[in-house]
Design a protein. Structure first.
Length: 259
């Protein structure tokens, strides 16, 4: 096919006529624009440049050129995909290719510079939930923890993905880890408004209230609200006993700190 034709041409010239290689990639991208073949050509183009960066005499400008190429690639390839069984031209966002490109780009950056890369990319691609979750994980792997950045990433992406339960749980657990109980409670309230049929979220919300207010019983209000949406969360007697003794809060705190 078309991709095989360009692949044969590249193998013939790579390492000998650098200008021809670049020109061939550009011509190939023009020919396959808007098709699945575009991603294949972009991947080959980026891998070609990536191999050049491993040369012992590589210049700073080569890394800068690779960064420009990465951004061009992610801007050129649309993540939007049609939903086959829909007749109203409904679409969804598929960032798997973009995240693969980001992996390749991050491999050229030392660990100390990657947080800045995540900061730029999450601003450029705010709809990319997977990227945001990786950015949060990276921020929380720093010493000391970059909690301000992690909270920023989560707040930004939750505006675009309020139905992503994993993002809500990450945000809530981060607030619990930081000891921000009121903020965690508010997030539980917002999360259950966005995802009223998510049983695991209601369960965590109830356990949260049970751990922090075992005697005032606000957890019963959570239980009743969940039931309004058809979610019936039962609390075992031994769990109530742990909450009264205060050992449940300690167990929840331990679980949160290990996330």
């Amino acid at each position: 096919g078309m991709c095989a034709k360009y692949d044969d041409y590249l193998h013939e010239f790579e390492g000998h006529y650098e200008f021809n290689v670049d020109a061939t990639f550009r011509a190939a991208l023009t020919d396959v624009h808007g098709t699945e073949g575009e991603k294949i050509i972009w991947e080959e183009y980026l891998l070609y440049y990536h191999r050049r960066l491993s040369a012992p005499d590589v210049s700073t400008s080569a890394f800068e050129a690779f960064e420009v190429l990465v951004l061009r690639c992610m801007s050129a390839v649309s993540p939007r995909r049609a939903i086959a069984w829909q007749t109203d031209q409904a679409t969804w966002l598929d960032y798997r290719f973009h995240n693969m490109v980001i992996d390749l780009y991050l491999s050229t950056k030392p660990h100390s510079q990657q947080l800045a890369v995540f900061d730029r990319l999450t601003t450029t691609f705010p709809h990319n939930a997977g990227l945001a979750m990786r950015a949060v994980g990276h921020a929380l792997s720093q010493e000391p923890l970059c909690t301000v950045e992690a909270r920023h990433y989560l707040a930004t992406v939750l505006q675009w993905h309020p139905a992503c339960v994993h993002l809500w749980k990450m945000a809530i657990r981060l607030e619990q880890y930081l000891g921000q109980i009121k903020q965690a409670r508010w997030m539980f309230q917002e999360a259950t408004k966005s995802l009223p049929l998510c049983a695991s979220l209601w369960k965590e919300y109830l356990l949260f209230e049970l751990a922090h207010n075992p005697l005032n019983k606000p957890w019963m209000a959570v239980q009743a609200k969940a039931a309004q949406h058809g979610i019936h969360v039962k609390v075992k007697p031994e769990v109530r006993s742990e909450a009264t003794r205060g050992t449940l809060a300690a167990a929840v705190a331990t679980a949160v700190s290990s996330v």
